[in-house]
Ligand binder design. Structure first.
Ligand code: SF4
Ligand code: SF4
Length: 315
C-alpha cells in the first residue's frame, strides 16, 4: 500500500470518528515503510491495533517498543509448534511474544483438535504477555472451496474449546471468541460451564470492513473474493457497514446448518448462524449462486422484511 493511500485511510478514520486503526493482512511489519506508517497513525492521534503472525523484523520491533501500551495493542496469531514450518519459526514467534509482551494478546485459530490446548496457556505464562487468549475457528479462505474446519466438526471443536477454557480458568487467563462461532456447537450445560469459567462467548458474524492495498474494501477476509467495493465510493465506515449489510441480507436468512432458518436462537438474535462465508459457499460452491428454491425463499423474506420462516410465522 502506498503512503498516499495510507493517508486516505487515516482521513477515512477521522471522517468516521474511529479512534483505533487496525493494521493487518499478510505480515504488516514487513511493509518497507512500516515505521513511517506507524508515525503517521500516531501523529494523526490514532491508537494502533496490529495483527501479526509473530515473525517481526528487529527494526519493526524496535519501532513498536517505542510506543506506549495506550498507543499500541497487538494480537499475535500463533501456530502450534507442530504446525510451524520449522522449530525456528515457532521460536521466533515466541521471542516476539516476549519482546512485545506489554502490548500483546495471543490469538489462535483452531482447526486441528489433536493439538494439545495446554500449549496456549503455557505460552501466555512463559512469555509474560497479557493473560488473555483470542480464539478463532478456521473459516474458508477467500479462494478455498473447502475448509479445514467445516461446521460438521464443530461438536469436536467444542470439546477442545472446553478443555482450553478449563485450563485458562486454572491460570486466570481470559478466553474470548472471535466471529463465526455457533451457539449449538455447545450443549446448554457446556454453555453454562463456559459462562461459569468467564469465557467471553459470542456467536456473531457481521461486516468487519477490511481495506486492501489498492483501496478495495471487503466485508471480511473470508468473503473478500465474493464481494467488494472501493473506499473512494464511501464516506464513512458506517456507510460501508450499511452497504455490505444490505448486500448480504438475502444470505442472512440462512446459516451454516439447514435448520438455522428455523432456529429460535437465530430468531432471537443470539446466534448469527455461523460464518457467512460458509453459508454463501453452501449455495453453489464459491460462485455463490443461490438455488432457485432458496432464491425464492430469500426474496420473500426480503420482500416482507422478515427473517423467520413460514413455520415460525405459524407458531
Ligand atoms: S463471514 Fe462472518 S464469521 Fe466468517 S470470517 Fe467473515 S465476519 Fe467472520
Ligand atoms: S442459528 Fe444455526 S448455528 Fe446458530 S444455534 Fe441456531 S442452528 Fe445453530
Amino acid at each position: 500500500m502506498s503512503i498516499e493511500d495510507v493517508r486516505k485511510i487515516i482521513d477515512f478514520h477521522h471522517r468516521s470518528a474511529l479512534p483505533i486503526i487496525s493494521l493487518l493482512g499478510g505480515e504488516p511489519t514487513l511493509h518497507p515503510e512500516f515505521s513511517r506508517i506507524i508515525d503517521m497513525c500516531i501523529d494523526a492521534g490514532l491508537s494502533i491495533r496490529l495483527f501479526t503472525g509473530g515473525i517481526v523484523p528487529t527494526k519493526a520491533k524496535e519501532k513498536l517498543q517505542s510506543l506506549s501500551p495506550k498507543q499500541l495493542s497487538i494480537i499475535t496469531n500463533i501456530s502450534a509448534p507442530e504446525h510451524c514450518r520449522s522449530e525456528q519459526e515457532y521460536d521466533a514467534s515466541v521471542q516476539s511474544l516476549k519482546d512485545l509482551a506489554a502490548y500483546t494478546v495471543v490469538g489462535y485459530t483452531l482447526f486441528d483438535m489433536d493439538t494439545d490446548p495446554e500449549f496456549l496457556q503455557e505460552l501466555v505464562l512463559s512469555t509474560g504477555c497479557h493473560r488473555s487468549i483470542r480464539l478463532g475457528l478456521t473459516m474458508p479462505g477467500p479462494n478455498d472451496s473447502t475448509c479445514l474446519l467445516p461446521p460438521v466438526r464443530y461438536r469436536d471443536a467444542a470439546s477442545w474449546i472446553l478443555r482450553l477454557a478449563r485450563s485458562c480458568d486454572k491460570h486466570d487467563i481470559s478466553l474470548g471468541f472471535d466471529c463465526g462461532f455457533t451457539m449449538c456447537m455447545f450443549t446448554p450445560d457446556e454453555l453454562g460451564e463456559l459462562a461459569y469459567l468467564g469465557c467471553m462467548t459470542r456467536f456473531l458474524c457481521c461486516p468487519i470492513i477490511d481495506v486492501g492495498p489498492d483501496l478495495s474494501v471487503w466485508s471480511c477476509f473470508a468473503t473478500s473474493t465474493l464481494d467488494r467495493t472501493h473506499l473512494d465510493e464511501h464516506k464513512k465506515r458506517q456507510d460501508l457497514v450499511d452497504f455490505f449489510t444490505q448486500r448480504q441480507r438475502a444470505y442472512r436468512t440462512f446459516g451454516v446448518y439447514d435448520h438455522c432458518h428455523t432456529c429460535k436462537h437465530k430468531r432471537r438474535g443470539l446466534c448469527a448462524g455461523g460464518c457467512l462465508a460458509h453459508v454463501i459457499r453452501s449455495f453453489s460452491g464459491r460462485n455463490a449462486v443461490m438455488s432457485t428454491e432458496k432464491q425464492k425463499h430469500s426474496a420473500e423474506m426480503n420482500r416482507t422484511g422478515k427473517t423467520n420462516t413460514p413455520e415460525q410465522k405459524r407458531s
